[in-house]
Design a binder for this molecule. Structure first.
Ligand SMILES: [Cu+2]
Length: 143
């Protein structure tokens, strides 16, 4: 009986040490990596962006970032990009496709990727055009 009571503080100290080491490991190494999207496929998302002299989907008349699109992590994303202008326009997505698309007058192309990383990613025209400033602040939000 006395022997059991003597051991109890040792047990409590052991628990505290294990908890401390575990918490320290999380703080030093960060949270465990997210599961790969090959195991959890999300919902297919279609985003339509039309480029013309009013920007991306009339972004010229919008005060903030526009157009906005929200998807969930692991969703397969398709951006349908149409250029209705007579000059060329591009479409790039930070972190996902910085090379992007380059479209001539009156054409449509698709940009496909899986939203593997969470965060906010700028969508923008990556080739110079006369309405370039209106095509710099579209946003893809991955949660
Ligand atoms: Cu452009």
């Amino acid at each position: 009986m006395i022997d059991r009571l003597k051991r109890r503080p040792l047990f409590i100290v052991s628990i505290i040490i294990v908890a401390f080491v575990t918490i320290s490991a999380f703080l030093v190494m960060g949270l465990p990596a997210l599961s790969p999207c090959s195991y959890t496929r999300g919902t297919a998302r279609l985003i339509t962006i039309v480029a013309d002299l009013d920007g991306y989907n009339d972004s010229k008349s919008m005060p903030g970032q526009w157009p906005l699109a929200s998807v969930n992590r692991c969703d397969p994303v398709t951006i349908r990009f149409t250029n209705q202008d007579i000059q060329s326009h591009g479409l790039a997505v930070d972190s996902y496709d910085v090379k992007g698309l380059s479209l001539t007058e009156g054409t449509t192309q698709f940009l496909n990727f899986t939203a593997t990383r969470t965060g906010q990613f700028r969508v923008y025209c990556n080739i110079f055009c006369t309405v370039h400033t209106y095509m710099q602040n579209s946003l893809l939000i991955v949660t």
